[in-house]
Write a protein that binds this ligand. Structure first.
Ligand SMILES: C[S@@+](CC[C@H](N)C(=O)[O-])C[C@H]1O[C@@H](n2cnc3c(N)ncnc32)[C@H](O)[C@@H]1O
Length: 311
């Protein structure tokens, strides 16, 4: 574990909304012992990777509704050589004809759902952002300024992620509720649902809008079952905030993490800080012995100290 803790965190899947930069601040609210971590909205699994790397989780359950994405995770963990070689082949074959090549790979992915195509598309598409049309086809455009992660760098990320997660990871595909139903009081559940304000598509296979009432009803059930959970929700950039506030009766502790200036805001010449909200369940607050407060704010300076310490 000491060797793992000194390693840089691998992130083989470029993914918009990844919590890899925020993960150190989130880990600060984990119990000290190593436990099973459930991520029902796993995406690129930024928090699970950091938790295993830092010895805070010894088993992880990664679930997402996006089936090709979870198949990609399976390949990365179980067959790292194969997926790294397939990515390198696609990346090299694109050189000099990136635009047409991207379109051809996108069509092949939509026909076959093969995982190496998805990895290439995520590495090359605008903002590493998954977008599907109403037929469930990936329709995001390429970022024509970038070639996507260099194959040697990608190989490092894939191999390192595989070493970290192999033998301790269960991958499932489906709705978040199936994962929540399997949670036990000894586990920690980390939830990063899609923001309410961001509607990506209407295809139920990749549904990105959560029904708020159904979601909070599920949180209520977790509370009643004494489950320790951390929820990322209601991100704010500048004055803009997304999502409705969490109901009072859930008894959640709200922590606002001021992560400093967002890179997008800087690019647009705006003076905005990104404030990320996390909510802790009553069972977790009690388990980590935190003085029960309803609201806490972590300033950018504290955030960068946490970030340096953890990754
Ligand atoms: C904000 S992203 C999670 C990002 C992740 N924390 C990371 O570090 O990359 C939300 C994820 O929820 C998934 N999702 C959307 N609706 C879902 C549902 N009903 N059940 C499970 N996953 C869902 C999306 O496919 C997406 O990958």
């Amino acid at each position: 574990m000491i060797v793992l803790a000194m390693m840089k965190a691998p992130h083989p899947i470029p993914y918009q909304g990844s919590k890899r930069l925020l993960a150190p601040a989130i880990l600060a609210y984990f119990p000290k012992n190593s436990l099973r971590l459930l991520e029902p909205f796993a995406g690129a699994a930024g928090v699970s990777i950091a938790a295993v790397l830092k010895g805070r989780a010894d088993r992880v359950v990664l679930n997402d509704i996006n089936e090709p994405l979870m198949c990609l995770w399976k390949c990365i963990i179980e067959s790292p050589e194969i997926i790294a070689a397939a990515y390198a082949r696609l990346w090299k074959a694109q050189l000099g004809r990136q635009r047409e090549y991207y379109d051809a790979v996108r069509s092949k992915f939509n026909e076959t759902h093969q995982t190496h195509y998805l990895l290439y598309l995520l590495a090359r598409c605008v903002k590493a952002s998954v977008r599907y049309n109403s037929e469930g086809e990936f329709n995001q455009s390429p970022d024509n300024r970038r070639l996507g992660m260099n194959p040697e760098t990608m190989q490092w990320h894939i191999f390192a992620a595989s070493r970290l997660l192999k033998g301790r990871t269960t991958i499932t595909v489906g709705d978040y509720r199936q994962t929540l139903n399997s949670a036990e009081p000894e586990d920690v559940v980390y939830m990063d649902p899609p923001y309410q304000g961001v509607c990506l598509n209407r295809d139920p296979r990749y549904i990105s809008l959560l029904d708020f009432e159904v979601f909070t009803e599920n949180l209520r059930s977790l509370k009643d079952r004494q489950i320790s959970f951390i929820l990322s929700y209601d991100g704010k950039t500048g004055g803009k905030s997304y999502g409705r506030p969490m109901p009072e009766d859930l008894g959640l502790t709200h922590i606002e993490i001021d992560a400093g200036r967002s890179s997008q805001a800087t690019l647009l010449g705006r003076n905005h800080n990104t404030v990320e909200s996390i909510y802790l369940s009553p069972a977790l607050v009690e388990r980590i012995g935190m003085p029960s407060k309803k609201h806490l704010t972590i300033a950018p300076k504290q955030f960068s100290l946490l970030a340096q310490d953890a990754i």
